[in-house]
Design a protein around this ligand. Sequence first.
Ligand SMILES: C[S@@+](CC[C@H](N)C(=O)[O-])C[C@H]1O[C@@H](n2cnc3c(N)ncnc32)[C@H](O)[C@@H]1O
Length: 341
Amino acid sequence: MKKNRKVTMEHQQSYKSPRLEIRNYLTDSFSNEMSKDIFTGLTADQKFIPSKYFYDERGSILYKQICKLPEYYQTCTELSILEDASAVFMEPFESGDLVELGSGANWKICKLIDAAKEPQGENMRYVPVDVSESALVAASVDLINKYQKLEILGIVADYTRHMNVIPSDFSRLIIFLGSSIGNFSEEASQIFLRTIANSMTPGDRFLIGLDMIKQKTVLEAAYNDSQGVTSEFNKNVLHVINRELNADFDVSAFDHVAFYKEEKEQVEIHLQANQRTSVEIKDLNLSVPIEEGETIHTEICRKFSKGSAIKMFSEAGLSVEQWFTDPKGWFSLVELVKSRV
Ligand SMILES: C[S@@+](CC[C@H](N)C(=O)[O-])C[C@H]1O[C@@H](n2cnc3c(N)ncnc32)[C@H](O)[C@@H]1O
């Protein structure tokens, strides 16, 4: 393993024990960022709220419930591919960091740790990165108890802004699952993937999960589940803003709307006002009227073909090493390395 490098950006140490350290880089800057984002989003012609604000403690719990819904094929399909491919991914892994971006719950990473040559997470440091401190701490404590030799450095941070605080002193397997890349616009995904590619050194590998284009009915069912959990998850962002920015959104005045836009190859998720309403956000000194039928756009989930994904990777300076999929071709796990120039 390479020598430990000091990370210089300021962070708050929220937890430290012999095998587990949690560093929080979100402290004050996150609420400033949120204020700016919400002001910009709610004063735009098409109102929007960035999807990273879904994930407070309740949002993370709701997302875990979504992963278990019968209509939400993504998680079980990606897990089944991991089940088959983990041994192949972990074969070259001798020692180093498993860096998981947007780590959330820990059920996927366990497949990779279990497939490593050394048992109990020996010679491996797991570095989960997530905006949700509660989800990150819960998953990390679980893993420390499950694997007796595993070390964890948990980083509470925004991966669109804080990639520079992720240590790169050991060789790394970077992991970005759940097709979270689909939540970025085309332009934002280029910036994000390029940042990752630029941070990679020879020997580093990058494993990414992609949700593939499929029938509209399957896609729309996945985001409109019959138990209404996705609807609760979507509306939760209004509770987050009410709490964090001293606002008074009437959550019952909004309906969850999700549909697949074929021409853009993306599912769009909105909150649609079912009556004329308004919100006062005291911390922003902002009052916003919202007409009946008007929507607040909360998320995109882009879907990929093999061709569109390879184009996206190569434009960001990444080359495909291995490509795994399930029998229906609904989901893909792709191993990438930095392209040679
Ligand atoms: C769709 S969930 C995927 C979770 C997990 N990777 C999986 O595949 O099941 C997205 C995760 O990324 C986190 N997240 C969302 N936006 C983020 C951001 N900008 N920076 C860091 N984490 C983020 C959320 O808290 C959540 O845990």
